[in-house]
Design a protein. Structure first.
Lengths: 112, 114
């Protein structure tokens, strides 16, 4: 089945140690998004790729970076995780001009 | 700017009772509207969406929602709650002037009592 896959499902990292979360899709959607969702809160958009064009939300900290080497893969890099970065990170995709998103199952990040 | 308000961060119903989760939006033009469900430690799953056409939209798992332009609302309902409906529900609107961006409401946690 076509889908959005996030790895790993659970990630534990040390304070200040760089960490990378990955997302892959078999839907051939041209738009990919990264959301951060803290406990009992709505998902918050960090950035998105429209094809190869990177679009950063104004309030996304510089600590968060992203890479999209090809249509299928997108990575979220956290350069120096702090305790406040512990959250669920959700990847989503959409096709240009379509109305809805397809979400992955998320990666729950713990910072120790 | 568009925003989404979900009234009630927590809603509790008995099994078999009506489920009503409220969502209001603010927009200068009718946006596209969505309801997503999230189970613990899972991603978001699309329940239903309104784009154009019929204002009563049926989704998965017996849920439906009605777009009411005059009330700027898109409330989610289900006639009879099931224990498996316990989850977090998010209403979302599509940003009209910023590509395909979704703006989410704060979420409503639905609890179903036996």
């Amino acid at each position: 089945d076509a889908m959005v896959i996030q790895n790993p499902r659970y990630q534990v990292t040390q304070f200040g140690k760089p960490v990378t979360l990955s997302c892959s899709q078999t839907l051939n959607h041209n738009v990919m998004y990264w959301y951060q969702q803290k406990s009992s809160q709505a998902p918050k958009l960090l950035f998105h790729y429209y094809d190869k064009d990177f679009n950063n939300e104004a309030d996304t900290p510089d600590n968060f970076q992203s890479r999209r080497p090809n249509t299928s893969f997108c990575f979220l890099d956290i350069r120096s995780p702090g305790l406040g970065d512990a959250a669920m990170y959700l990847c989503a995709t959409s096709r240009d001009g379509s109305y809805g998103y397809t979400f992955g199952s998320g990666t729950r990040l713990t910072v120790v | 700017a568009q925003s989404v308000t979900q009234l009630g961060s927590h809603v509790s119903v008995s099994e078999g009772a009506l489920v009503l989760l409220r969502c209001n939006y603010s927009s200068s033009v009718p946006p596209y509207l969505f309801w997503y469900v999230q189970y613990p430690n899972q991603g978001l799953q699309l329940l239903l969406k309104y784009t154009t056409g019929a204002t009563l939209v049926k989704g998965i798992n017996g849920f439906e929602a009605e777009f009411k332009k005059s009330e700027t609302s898109f409330h989610l309902t289900k006639p009879s709650a099931h224990m498996s409906d316990a989850a977090e529900y998010f209403c979302a609107v599509r940003k009209i002037n910023a590509g395909n961006m979704l703006t989410f409401g704060g979420g409503t946690r639905l609890m179903v009592k036996p």
